[in-house]
Ligand binder design. Structure first.
Ligand code: NAP
Length: 274
């Protein structure tokens, strides 16, 4: 389990990935994203999760350059969007992302959604980028077990990551077990269910015991479950608050209580019918 904000998880190809990061979905490009990313890096975040679909890669790149932190100390993820899927179009999308980010490599590149009839060709392009040394690790996002099985039957490079919606209302029990068995690291998107868990009485009660907020309890539960987490905020105090989770430990009983909040409820689309 990670012990601090820069601490890393070792992926199945040996690459070390910080187990906690900043998500920037729906963060406006320009000043807003530059401020959020710069604030996070100043506070000690070393991992930023963006995507071509978020239309803020330019701002993320600017913040990274302005941070003064050497590029190799940062971990940057981007993703190929659905309308760019396919072999050649993915190679082109990757170049566009690099150009916008102003970097010459990515740490992690993901197939954003399992677009039917396309995702295997898309992933083949990611393998090419990986073999060419242009990305340090490759993976997928929003893949169910059946998508993973389908891909594992043909891929040359096993996905290092599966980034999926994961929070106390959607604990992905079978998918998590499958990924652990296959040594594919699970990563949580919308870990805070986009703010829809803040009033939960049990999470509030657990938080009171440790003088922690509900987001802090949830994010601590993520890391104790060995799930990489990437909460999004554009507010300095919340960027700090979300990362202030390394000085307390949930008991086994509390972990179990939180796991039992699961109602298989999504805030986003189901990968089978997006
Ligand atoms: N692969 C995919 O398909 C996929 C899909 C969705 C998301 N993602 C990634 O996962 C990241 C996180 O998911 P998300 O952005 O959907 O949702 P999230 O992190 O669960 O929640 C973000 C929301 O919670 C608020 N918030 C953050 N910290 C808070 C705090 N301490 N107290 C109260 N409210 C707080 C934020 O508002 P403020 O900004 O105003 O603080 C924002 O409205 C994304 O940014 C993106 O990088 C990936």
């Amino acid at each position: 389990m990670i012990k601090n904000l820069a601490d890393t998880v070792v992926l199945n190809n040996g690459v070390k990935m910080p187990g906690f990061g900043l998500g920037v979905y729906k963060v406006e490009d320009g000043e807003t994203v530059v401020y959020a990313v710069r604030t996070a890096i100043e506070y000690g975040y070393r991992h930023i999760d963006t995507a071509s679909f978020y239309h803020n890669e330019r701002g993320v790149g600017k913040a990274i350059r302005e941070s003064g932190i050497p590029r190799e100390e940062l971990f940057i993820t981007s993703k190929v969007w659905n309308d760019q899927q396919g072999y050649e179009s993915t190679l082109k999308a990757f170049d566009e992302s690099l150009e916008k980010l102003g970097t010459d490599y990515l740490d992690l590149y993901l197939v954003h959604w399992p677009v039917s009839g396309k995702y295997k060709e898309t992933y083949r392009a990611l393998e090419k980028l990986y073999e060419d040394g242009r990305v340090r690790a490759i993976g997928v996002s929003n893949f169910h077990v059946h998508h993973l099985n389908d891909l594992l039957a043909v891929c040359k490079v096993k996905p290092a990551i599966n980034q999926v919606e994961y929070h106390p209302h959607l604990t992905q029990v079978d998918l998590k077990a499958f990924c652990e068995q296959e040594n594919i690291q699970l990563e949580a998107w919308s870990p805070l269910k986009r703010g829809r868990l803040l009033d939960d009485p049990m999470l509030t009660e657990i938080g009171k015991k440790y003088r922690k907020s509900v987001p802090q309890v949830i994010l601590r539960w993520d890391i104790q479950n060995h799930v990489i987490t990437i909460p999004k905020s554009i507010k300095a105090e919340r960027i700090r608050e979300n990362a202030d989770i390394f000085d307390f430990e949930l008991t086994d009983g509390e972990m179990k209580q939180i796991n039992e909040l699961n109602i298989n409820e999504r805030s986003g689309s189901n990968p089978d019918d997006f």
